[in-house]
Write a protein that binds this ligand. Structure first.
Ligand code: CA
Length: 696
């Protein structure tokens, strides 16, 4: 199956932005691991984390803490059809490549922002009835050889000719209809491309990562995160070892462990590290009723880069029960502790501990909390295991736990500055109450339903800032400085030899801090929440800083706390790619400001409370809530259903929700919804619309 379309900017096609008028000399460069690992290459940004070490550090210092006051917009590109923008662009030989909404990839002149080519994988064509969870955002792409690699929401890995944007090969990384999805970046290394997938909470599945040959797309190897049914035999001794840490009939619920993000390649040891996800379901008593560590959930697993063979693992959260993924980025750094040089792997997963691991041996060096943690009192360095607080495993009870399923740190990349020795880490300060007392004993997760096997709430920790940017010292095991922020979900960071740290905020402010002290040295108001990390490169003697602006990811689905103050809404503010330089003088059109949904009251519609209650269950259970927000209050990710005129009409409602009339915009079709369920949903949405008006 091949789907996808490349548009070269010939000027023949009517697109919403300005085309380049003449030919631009796109890359002929053959990218290999040496090129990706060349930390002195300041003209390019060749990998998701800049270099294979994932440090997001640039030796550029033209822009520095002294002259940053002169930083201004050099060029910008409006992206009017885009929604959430969370990705890290790449720069190769003067051309910038980035992925936008619905996995559309664009190549633009990195000096001017003019479009060179655009590739649309036409995800909507394979959506129908197959992908009932919307993850339109994508965190990035990779380059290797003469190609660009991207993974699509529906599970394809595509290889494009970097010069023309033409499809070279594509391969399906999971079967359509399996309930999986991809919003992560593929990792290209040593002639291969590695990709995982997500979907732990919306389908019973057994996760894996797969490496493909970069030239041909042929599968090279696959590693499963959790063991399958022992009766079917094990794929490797590692799976057999993992099976000893599970109990009951875990394979019936899939087990989970999805690697939806963290992939790091270590050229020195020819190893790939994968950060694995949480259990399916969260509640261990359902998936492994007699307990057990449940390998390789919530772990860092080191694999041979050529064969995918298991080398070592370190499990951050044994017997995971709180959605404490270890899929967060893994940064490689050479650090010195007690006069001993250590080849370190730095990792700050959701569970709130900052881990320093010796990546030569897989041995834990240190693990200290970087945020409020109460699920464990500490990590025992002798055993390498967390010491759990009694009761934090809420089984058959209700328990206040922090951190939460949003994590103390999520996918927003941290950066490491070798000059300061500090890690710049976006942190969230939240607490949850987990309660499984109302979950039926025979609970099961169904495909395309949202399920965790435990009820939970999430809120800000009292007397804490909601978000924090901190400079974590991995040697001293404490923060060198912290900046309290009014909101969580700050973007990933970029740090430079100009003694700077850059971070975007959900508030729409793009800020630069003094890397040593944390003092704010510059800010720019983008007029829309920022979720993507910035990159930097130098062309024609000019250092540039580029950033995608488009509030995205999980938090952008809901108005809780952020968008209800700022009014970041679907379709209201223009999504953009903005590039800054010293003395940049481009004038960016003003954003419209806050845009709040205006719920429509349909006076002729008689809301039936029982129907509306049934609709609430469909809304929450069939994944509507993931994009359209809790209580049908939406934010930047998808339209607010209470305010949609198209939904007032019964036939219009059915054509969109069941028949997929808006597939092109990323609204999946739900062909299995019955007339009764559709009707119940309508009652629920109309009731929520009325509530909003009555309580205003
Ligand atoms: Ca999860």
């Amino acid at each position: 199956m091949t789907s996808g379309r490349t548009r070269l900017s010939s000027g023949l096609l009517a697109l919403a932005w300005i085309f380049t008028s003449g030919p631009i000399h796109a890359a002929e460069r053959n990218i290999d691991d040496k090129a990706i690992n060349d930390t002195a290459n300041t003209a390019e940004w060749l990998a998701y984390g800049h270099t294979h070490d994932e440090q997001r550090f640039s030796p550029l210092n033209d822009i520095n803490a002294e002259n940053i006051g002169k930083l201004g917009v050099d060029w910008y590109l409006d992206l009017p059809g885009d929604v959430g923008l969370v990705s890290t662009p790449l720069v190769v030989d003067g051309v910038m490549y980035f992925t936008g909404t619905m996995n559309v990839i664009r190549a633009v002149d990195a000096r001017t922002g003019k479009l060179i080519w655009e590739y649309d994988p036409e995800v909507y064509k394979v959506l129908e009835g197959q992908q009932q969870v919307m993850w339109k955002d994508s965190r990035g792409i990779s380059t290797y050889g003469d190609k660009i690699f991207s993974a699509t929401w529906d599970g394809r890995l595509v290889a494009l000719d970097r010069k023309t944007g033409k499809l070279i090969w594509e391969t399906r990384t999971f079967p359509l209809g399996s309930g999986l999805h991809i919003n992560g970046h593929p990792k290209a290394f040593k002639g291969k491309v590695l990709i995982g997938n997500g979907g732990t909470e919306v389908s019973p599945n057994r996760a894996y990562v797969t490496a493909y040959d970069a030239e041909t797309g042929k599968q090279a190897w696959r590693f499963h995160i959790v063991p399958g049914n022992p009766a079917d035999g094990f794929e490797s001794p590692a799976q057999e070892m993992a099976a000893k840490t599970w109990t009951g009939e875990w394979w019936k619920l899939g087990g989970g462990g999805n690697v939806w993000h963290g992939l790091t390649y270590d050229e020195e040891f020819e190893t790939v590290y994968i950060g694995t996800g949480n259990g399916s379901p969260w509640n261990r008593k359902f998936r492994s009723p007699e307990g057990g560590d449940n390998l390789f959930l919530c772990s860092i697993v080191a694999l041979d880069a050529d064969t995918g063979e298991y080398k070592w693992h370190y499990q951050t959260t044994p017997g995971e029960s709180w959605d404490f993924n270890s899929t967060m980025d893994m940064v490689l750094a050479d650090i010195t502790i007690d006069n001993k040089p250590i080849k370190a792997l730095l990792h700050a997963p959701k569970n709130g501990f900052f881990y320093v691991i010796n990546r030569e041996t897989g041995k834990l060096v240190s693990a200290e909390p970087f945020a409020d943690v109460n699920w464990a009192t500490h990590v025992d360095l002798k055993t390498g295991r967390p010491v759990e607080r009694e009761g934090s495993r809420y089984e058959d009870g209700s328990e206040l736990v922090y951190p939460t399923p949003w994590g103390s740190h999520s996918w927003h990349a941290m950066s490491y500055n070798p000059n300061t020795g500090l890690v710049y880490l976006p942190t969230q300060n939240l607490q949850s109450v987990f309660d499984d007392t109302t979950v039926p004993k025979d609970w099961k997760l169904e495909k395309y339903s949202l399920g965790t096997g435990v009820g939970f709430t999430m809120e800000k920790i009292p007397n804490r800032s909601w978000g924090t940017l901190q400079a974590w010292d991995p040697v001293k095991k404490k923060a060198a400085w912290k900046v309290d922020q009014d909101f969580p979900w700050g973007s990933g960071t970029l740090t430079t030899a100009g003694n700077l740290v850059f971070q975007g905020e959900p508030t729409g402010l793009f800020k630069a801090y003094d890397a040593k002290t944390g003092s704010l040295v510059w800010k720019y108001d983008a007029g829309l929440g920022i979720s993507a990390p910035a990159i930097t490169y130098k062309l024609d003697g000019k250092q540039m800083i580029s950033l995608l602006v488009g509030f995205g990811g999980g938090w952008s689905s809901n108005l809780t706390g952020v968008a209800d103050k700022y009014g970041w809404s679907y379709g209201a503010q223009t999504r953009r790619l903005i590039t800054f330089s010293l003395d940049g003088k481009a004038k960016v059109p003003e954003q419209p400001g806050a845009a709040f949904a205006q719920p429509i009251i349909d006076k002729d519609f008689k809301v039936d409370d029982a129907q509306a209650d049934a609709g609430a269950a469909v809304y929450g259970g069939k994944t509507c809530v993931l994009c359209h927000g809790a209580g049908a209050v939406a934010a930047a990710m998808a339209p607010d259903l209470r305010a949609s005129p198209a939904l007032l009409d019964k036939d219009g409602f059915t054509s969109i929700v069941r028949d997929g009339a808006h597939l092109k915009r990323g609204m999946p079709a739900f062909p299995k919804l019955t007339d009764d369920e559709l009707n119940a949903l309508r009652h629920y949405i109309r009731r929520e619309a009325r509530k909003a008006v009555h309580t205003d």
